[in-house]
Design a protein around this ligand. Structure first.
Ligand code: 5AD
Length: 359
């Protein structure tokens, strides 16, 4: 029996064994993905749940070194999608039977922003007859804000830790009060306290990142007892500080391989959580999202941001579907899911089984 088979048979996941899995090649790699597929089928099934994604605003007060919409990037035209268009997108999601919406924004903390999200939450509730699931992805906020939004109807929140290693975190963010690692951790804990289905995630294939870091990221997610995960490859953006270290970024092949293995291992470690197949997977390689579904992901987030604004929400270079609303049309999403051997779930929120068991 190979080392990989032994680890999977025993179900023993520590830093050392996870590193072995991340390095798996050949038959061992096939065994890893087969195990992830088996666990996915058993615990979350073959259905893929959809979340209509609205990139509400690219205004941001932060300056993360990897992100194309950081406040120091003057080339970006800043926008906020006007309410009528937000409502159209919500209607589209509801009418399409997608089951959930995700509201994603740059990081803003002022009262008018907080209120705006609250208004949108009320509108989602109204348009969707209280049937639509709502995920927010609006960065670090005070616990009071998290509570307000929870009361207004949000019940899931995604806040990526980006990297659970503090040293690496500070290679990706300015070392200042606005980008404090401990504050990020505290925010994640507060989300759990407020009763959100809590999601986090990391970028994979960053400059300076090691296999050990990735193993620690998976352990972090398990120990934090997350309900959802969104993770994907790091993609360079020319107008960011991290671009200086382009030569340290692993090849596309390596980033793809590591991203798929991260998904597969997480599925095996945290059987009943929701794992998203992210847009960055698709940016890295054509068909990336199908591959992520096959590796263990069970959530897809079709972009429903009005086309006019999409181009300005460029977190990284070559984001797909910028001028092509059809890229994420209902039919193409359905086909994508079919190609991955899965079934599209309509009219269901698709909450992570992990959450109800945790609560
Ligand atoms: N490559 C990949 N992912 C990125 N994100 C931001 N910039 C990049 C990039 N260059 C991810 C971050 C953030 C999410 C909204 O997008 O993980 O949390």
């Amino acid at each position: 029996m190979s080392a990989v088979s032994k680890i999977l048979a025993k179900g023993l996941f520590n830093k050392e064994s996870i590193i072995t899995l991340l390095n798996a090649e050949g038959i061992d790699k096939d065994i890893l993905f087969a195990k992830a597929a088996e666990i996915k089928q058993e615990y979350v099934g073959n259905q893929v749940h959809l979340r209509g994604l609205i990139e509400l605003t690219n205004k941001c007060t932060k300056n993360c070194y990897y992100c194309g919409i950081g406040s120091s990037n003057k080339k970006v035209q800043r926008y906020t999608v006007p309410m009528p268009e937000v409502e159209n997108a919500i209607k589209f999601t509801y009418d399409s039977g997608y089951g959930s919406v995700v509201i994603q924004t740059g990081e803003l903390q002022n009262e008018s922003f907080i209120k705006q999200i609250e208004d949108i939450l009320h509108s989602i509730n109204k348009i969707g007859n209280g049937e639509i699931g709502v995920t927010l992805s609006c960065g670090e906020q005070t616990i009071e804000t998290y509570q307000r939004w929870r009361e207004a109807g949000a019940h899931r929140y995604l806040l990526r830790i980006e990297s659970s290693n503090k040293d690496l975190y500070y290679k990706l963010h300015p070392r200042d009060k606005k980008h404090d690692f401990e504050t990020r951790l505290e925010a994640l804990k507060n989300l759990q306290k407020c009763g959100y289905q809590t999601g986090t995630g990391v970028m994979i294939g960053l400059p300076f990142q090691t296999i050990e870091n990735l193993a620690d990221d998976l352990i972090f997610m398990r120990d934090f007892d997350i309900d959802m995960c969104g993770m994907g490859p790091y993609i360079e953006h020319i107008d960011t500080k991290l671009y200086e270290y382009k030569h340290l970024v692993p090849s596309k092949e390596i980033r793809l391989d590591l991203s798929l293995k991260m998904i597969a291992i997480l599925r095996i470690m945290m059987k009943d959580i929701n794992i998203a197949s992210t847009t960055a997977m698709q940016t890295l390689v054509d068909g990336g999202r199908e591959m992520a579904l096959k590796a263990g992901a069970n959530i897809l987030m079709p972009n429903t941001t009005p086309g006019l604004y999409r181009e300005q929400y460029a977190l990284y270079d070559n984001k797909p579907g910028l001028d092509e609303e059809a890229e994420d049309s209902k039919q193409s999403i359905e086909k994508l899911i079919e190609r991955a051997g899965c079934i599209t779930a309509y009219g269901e929120q698709g909450n992570a089984p992990h959450y109800s068991l945790r609560i």
